[in-house]
Design a protein around this ligand. Structure first.
Ligand SMILES: C[S@@+](CC[C@H](N)C(=O)[O-])C[C@H]1O[C@@H](n2cnc3c(N)ncnc32)[C@H](O)[C@@H]1O
Length: 256
Protein backbone atom coordinates (compact mmCIF):
# COMPACT_ATOMS: atom_id res chain seq x y z
CA UNK A 1 0.00 0.00 0.00
CA UNK A 2 1.23 3.48 -0.79
CA UNK A 3 1.94 5.91 2.04
CA UNK A 4 2.77 9.57 1.75
CA UNK A 5 6.21 10.67 2.90
CA UNK A 6 6.07 14.13 4.47
CA UNK A 7 8.93 16.55 4.94
CA UNK A 8 9.95 16.47 8.59
CA UNK A 9 9.57 19.84 10.27
CA UNK A 10 12.63 21.65 11.52
CA UNK A 11 14.65 21.27 8.32
CA UNK A 12 16.53 18.16 9.48
CA UNK A 13 19.69 17.54 7.49
CA UNK A 14 20.02 14.17 5.82
CA UNK A 15 23.14 12.64 4.40
CA UNK A 16 22.34 9.78 2.05
CA UNK A 17 22.90 10.12 -0.12
CA UNK A 18 17.75 -3.42 -26.94
CA UNK A 19 17.84 -1.23 -29.12
CA UNK A 20 17.11 2.37 -28.96
CA UNK A 21 14.66 3.32 -31.64
CA UNK A 22 14.61 6.59 -33.53
CA UNK A 23 17.01 8.48 -31.33
CA UNK A 24 20.53 9.59 -31.99
CA UNK A 25 23.08 7.39 -30.29
CA UNK A 26 26.22 9.38 -29.68
CA UNK A 27 29.48 7.53 -29.65
CA UNK A 28 32.06 8.20 -26.99
CA UNK A 29 34.54 8.36 -29.78
CA UNK A 30 35.17 11.85 -31.18
CA UNK A 31 35.46 10.44 -34.70
CA UNK A 32 31.79 9.53 -34.53
CA UNK A 33 30.84 12.61 -32.62
CA UNK A 34 27.21 13.49 -33.07
CA UNK A 35 26.57 10.72 -35.57
CA UNK A 36 23.06 9.36 -35.65
CA UNK A 37 22.07 5.82 -36.43
CA UNK A 38 18.87 7.00 -38.02
CA UNK A 39 19.23 9.96 -40.31
CA UNK A 40 15.55 10.83 -40.00
CA UNK A 41 15.98 11.57 -36.30
CA UNK A 42 16.45 15.27 -35.74
CA UNK A 43 18.14 15.92 -32.44
CA UNK A 44 17.75 19.35 -30.92
CA UNK A 45 20.61 21.62 -31.91
CA UNK A 46 20.36 23.43 -28.62
CA UNK A 47 20.12 27.09 -27.72
CA UNK A 48 22.57 29.78 -26.74
CA UNK A 49 21.30 29.45 -23.13
CA UNK A 50 21.94 25.72 -23.29
CA UNK A 51 25.45 26.38 -24.53
CA UNK A 52 26.16 28.78 -21.66
CA UNK A 53 24.53 26.49 -19.08
CA UNK A 54 26.67 23.56 -20.22
CA UNK A 55 29.80 25.68 -20.30
CA UNK A 56 29.45 27.00 -16.76
CA UNK A 57 27.74 23.99 -15.15
CA UNK A 58 30.76 22.26 -13.63
CA UNK A 59 32.13 25.55 -12.27
CA UNK A 60 28.75 26.42 -10.74
CA UNK A 61 28.56 22.98 -9.11
CA UNK A 62 32.10 22.96 -7.73
CA UNK A 63 31.38 24.15 -4.21
CA UNK A 64 28.24 22.05 -3.89
CA UNK A 65 30.14 18.95 -4.99
CA UNK A 66 32.92 19.65 -2.49
CA UNK A 67 30.51 20.42 0.36
CA UNK A 68 28.66 17.10 0.17
CA UNK A 69 27.17 16.85 -3.32
CA UNK A 70 29.72 14.28 -4.49
CA UNK A 71 29.15 12.23 -1.34
CA UNK A 72 25.38 12.34 -1.84
CA UNK A 73 25.83 11.09 -5.41
CA UNK A 74 28.20 8.37 -4.23
CA UNK A 75 25.93 7.10 -1.47
CA UNK A 76 22.86 7.07 -3.69
CA UNK A 77 24.56 5.42 -6.66
CA UNK A 78 25.90 2.68 -4.41
CA UNK A 79 22.36 1.26 -4.84
CA UNK A 80 22.65 1.07 -8.65
CA UNK A 81 23.04 -2.35 -10.25
CA UNK A 82 22.54 -4.19 -13.52
CA UNK A 83 21.36 -2.36 -16.63
CA UNK A 84 21.43 1.25 -15.52
CA UNK A 85 19.99 4.31 -17.20
CA UNK A 86 20.64 7.90 -16.17
CA UNK A 87 18.22 10.70 -17.06
CA UNK A 88 19.57 14.14 -17.93
CA UNK A 89 23.16 13.14 -17.23
CA UNK A 90 24.43 16.67 -17.85
CA UNK A 91 28.22 16.88 -17.90
CA UNK A 92 28.56 13.45 -16.28
CA UNK A 93 29.22 14.31 -12.64
CA UNK A 94 27.78 10.93 -11.62
CA UNK A 95 30.12 8.91 -13.79
CA UNK A 96 32.85 8.32 -11.24
CA UNK A 97 30.33 7.14 -8.65
CA UNK A 98 28.79 4.16 -10.44
CA UNK A 99 29.67 0.92 -8.65
CA UNK A 100 30.94 -2.34 -10.17
CA UNK A 101 27.47 -3.83 -9.83
CA UNK A 102 26.38 -1.72 -12.80
CA UNK A 103 26.76 -4.06 -15.77
CA UNK A 104 25.59 -1.75 -18.55
CA UNK A 105 25.43 2.02 -18.35
CA UNK A 106 23.41 4.31 -20.63
CA UNK A 107 23.48 8.06 -20.16
CA UNK A 108 20.64 10.05 -21.69
CA UNK A 109 20.76 13.80 -22.13
CA UNK A 110 18.71 15.96 -24.50
CA UNK A 111 20.92 19.03 -24.72
CA UNK A 112 23.61 18.78 -27.42
CA UNK A 113 25.99 21.11 -25.58
CA UNK A 114 25.77 18.95 -22.47
CA UNK A 115 26.21 15.84 -24.62
CA UNK A 116 29.49 17.24 -25.95
CA UNK A 117 30.85 17.70 -22.43
CA UNK A 118 29.43 14.37 -21.31
CA UNK A 119 31.24 12.64 -24.14
CA UNK A 120 34.55 14.26 -23.10
CA UNK A 121 34.12 13.21 -19.48
CA UNK A 122 33.18 9.69 -20.50
CA UNK A 123 36.32 9.40 -22.64
CA UNK A 124 38.49 10.69 -19.82
CA UNK A 125 36.90 8.25 -17.37
CA UNK A 126 37.78 5.23 -19.50
CA UNK A 127 34.37 3.81 -18.56
CA UNK A 128 32.24 1.85 -20.91
CA UNK A 129 28.91 3.59 -21.38
CA UNK A 130 26.55 4.66 -24.14
CA UNK A 131 25.32 8.21 -24.55
CA UNK A 132 21.92 8.78 -26.11
CA UNK A 133 20.54 12.21 -26.88
CA UNK A 134 17.01 11.83 -25.58
CA UNK A 135 14.42 13.45 -23.35
CA UNK A 136 13.27 11.58 -20.29
CA UNK A 137 9.64 11.99 -21.35
CA UNK A 138 10.22 9.57 -24.25
CA UNK A 139 12.82 6.97 -23.45
CA UNK A 140 14.03 4.86 -26.36
CA UNK A 141 13.92 1.55 -24.48
CA UNK A 142 11.67 -1.44 -24.46
CA UNK A 143 9.38 -2.01 -21.47
CA UNK A 144 11.19 -3.79 -18.64
CA UNK A 145 14.64 -3.34 -20.22
CA UNK A 146 16.28 -1.53 -17.29
CA UNK A 147 17.19 -2.50 -13.71
CA UNK A 148 18.08 0.93 -12.30
CA UNK A 149 17.06 4.44 -13.40
CA UNK A 150 18.93 7.41 -11.93
CA UNK A 151 17.88 11.04 -11.73
CA UNK A 152 20.02 13.57 -9.89
CA UNK A 153 18.89 17.20 -10.03
CA UNK A 154 17.06 16.51 -13.28
CA UNK A 155 13.36 16.32 -12.39
CA UNK A 156 13.37 20.04 -11.54
CA UNK A 157 14.17 20.72 -15.18
CA UNK A 158 12.14 18.29 -17.29
CA UNK A 159 9.04 19.65 -19.03
CA UNK A 160 6.61 16.96 -17.89
CA UNK A 161 7.52 15.13 -14.66
CA UNK A 162 4.40 12.91 -14.76
CA UNK A 163 5.34 11.70 -18.24
CA UNK A 164 8.91 11.07 -17.06
CA UNK A 165 7.76 8.97 -14.11
CA UNK A 166 5.44 7.00 -16.40
CA UNK A 167 8.41 6.32 -18.66
CA UNK A 168 10.60 5.32 -15.72
CA UNK A 169 7.92 2.86 -14.59
CA UNK A 170 7.59 1.49 -18.12
CA UNK A 171 11.28 0.87 -18.80
CA UNK A 172 12.04 -0.57 -15.36
CA UNK A 173 11.93 -4.31 -14.94
CA UNK A 174 9.73 -5.63 -12.12
CA UNK A 175 11.60 -4.98 -8.88
CA UNK A 176 13.81 -2.42 -10.62
CA UNK A 177 14.77 0.73 -8.77
CA UNK A 178 14.49 4.43 -9.37
CA UNK A 179 17.21 6.37 -7.51
CA UNK A 180 16.53 10.07 -7.12
CA UNK A 181 18.16 13.14 -5.64
CA UNK A 182 16.29 16.40 -6.25
CA UNK A 183 15.66 19.83 -4.82
CA UNK A 184 11.94 20.40 -4.28
CA UNK A 185 9.29 22.84 -3.05
CA UNK A 186 9.40 23.28 0.71
CA UNK A 187 6.67 21.53 2.67
CA UNK A 188 7.57 22.66 6.16
CA UNK A 189 7.96 26.39 5.53
CA UNK A 190 5.09 28.18 3.81
CA UNK A 191 7.29 31.26 3.58
CA UNK A 192 10.03 29.41 1.70
CA UNK A 193 7.45 27.71 -0.53
CA UNK A 194 5.83 31.06 -1.44
CA UNK A 195 9.24 32.51 -2.20
CA UNK A 196 9.97 29.54 -4.43
CA UNK A 197 6.66 30.09 -6.23
CA UNK A 198 7.56 33.75 -6.80
CA UNK A 199 11.05 33.12 -8.20
CA UNK A 200 10.15 30.11 -10.33
CA UNK A 201 9.15 31.96 -13.53
CA UNK A 202 12.40 33.91 -13.51
CA UNK A 203 14.64 31.00 -12.49
CA UNK A 204 12.99 28.83 -15.12
CA UNK A 205 13.96 31.28 -17.83
CA UNK A 206 17.41 32.04 -16.44
CA UNK A 207 18.53 28.51 -15.53
CA UNK A 208 17.47 26.38 -18.45
CA UNK A 209 14.04 25.30 -17.24
CA UNK A 210 14.77 24.71 -13.54
CA UNK A 211 11.59 24.98 -11.39
CA UNK A 212 12.45 25.46 -7.70
CA UNK A 213 8.83 24.85 -6.67
CA UNK A 214 8.40 21.36 -8.06
CA UNK A 215 6.52 18.89 -5.83
CA UNK A 216 8.63 16.02 -7.09
CA UNK A 217 7.95 13.62 -4.24
CA UNK A 218 4.20 13.91 -4.85
CA UNK A 219 4.86 13.10 -8.52
CA UNK A 220 6.83 10.00 -7.57
CA UNK A 221 4.16 8.95 -5.09
CA UNK A 222 1.45 9.36 -7.71
CA UNK A 223 3.36 7.22 -10.21
CA UNK A 224 3.13 3.43 -10.57
CA UNK A 225 6.35 3.14 -8.50
CA UNK A 226 6.38 2.31 -4.81
CA UNK A 227 8.39 4.57 -2.58
CA UNK A 228 10.86 2.45 -0.65
CA UNK A 229 12.92 5.08 1.08
CA UNK A 230 13.12 8.86 1.19
CA UNK A 231 15.12 11.32 3.27
CA UNK A 232 14.64 15.03 3.39
CA UNK A 233 17.58 17.31 3.88
CA UNK A 234 19.12 20.61 3.01
CA UNK A 235 21.15 21.03 -0.12
CA UNK A 236 24.92 21.24 0.39
CA UNK A 237 26.54 24.68 0.63
CA UNK A 238 27.03 26.25 -2.75
CA UNK A 239 23.42 25.74 -3.81
CA UNK A 240 21.30 28.67 -4.90
CA UNK A 241 19.11 30.07 -2.09
CA UNK A 242 15.84 28.81 -3.56
CA UNK A 243 17.16 25.28 -4.07
CA UNK A 244 15.88 23.75 -0.84
CA UNK A 245 14.94 21.42 0.62
CA UNK A 246 16.26 18.29 -1.02
CA UNK A 247 14.97 14.72 -1.22
CA UNK A 248 17.09 11.61 -1.72
CA UNK A 249 15.47 8.25 -2.14
CA UNK A 250 14.60 5.02 -3.83
CA UNK A 251 11.33 3.90 -5.44
CA UNK A 252 10.74 0.43 -6.82
CA UNK A 253 8.61 -0.98 -9.61
CA UNK A 254 6.24 -3.37 -7.88
CA UNK A 255 5.13 -6.67 -9.28
CA UNK A 256 1.58 -6.41 -10.56
C1 LIG B 1 20.59 20.69 -13.25
S1 LIG B 1 21.14 19.70 -14.60
C2 LIG B 1 21.59 18.17 -13.76
C3 LIG B 1 22.63 17.40 -14.51
C4 LIG B 1 23.05 16.07 -13.85
N1 LIG B 1 21.92 15.19 -13.67
C5 LIG B 1 23.76 16.26 -12.54
O1 LIG B 1 23.40 15.60 -11.56
O2 LIG B 1 24.70 17.05 -12.49
C6 LIG B 1 19.60 19.23 -15.37
C7 LIG B 1 19.83 18.37 -16.62
O3 LIG B 1 18.57 17.93 -17.11
C8 LIG B 1 18.60 18.00 -18.53
N2 LIG B 1 17.23 18.04 -19.04
C9 LIG B 1 16.46 19.10 -19.34
N3 LIG B 1 15.27 18.73 -19.82
C10 LIG B 1 15.28 17.37 -19.81
C11 LIG B 1 14.34 16.37 -20.21
N4 LIG B 1 13.14 16.71 -20.68
N5 LIG B 1 14.71 15.08 -20.08
C12 LIG B 1 15.91 14.74 -19.58
N6 LIG B 1 16.84 15.63 -19.19
C13 LIG B 1 16.52 16.92 -19.30
C14 LIG B 1 19.39 19.26 -18.80
O4 LIG B 1 19.87 19.32 -20.14
C15 LIG B 1 20.50 19.14 -17.76
O5 LIG B 1 21.57 18.41 -18.25
Amino acid sequence: MKTKAKQPTGGATAAIGSAPAPWPRVSASPTNAGSTERPEARPSRGTIYGRLFARFYDGAMKQLEREGGAELRHNLLAHASGRTLELGAGTGLNLEHYPEAVTELTLTEPDPHMVKRLRCRLEESGRDATIIQAQAEQLPFDAGAIDTVVSTWTLCTVDDPDAVLAEVARVLDTGGRFLFLEHVRSEDSERTARRQDRVTPLVRRAICGCRPNRRTLATIEASPLELEHVRWGEQPKGSLPWEKPMIVGIARKPSI
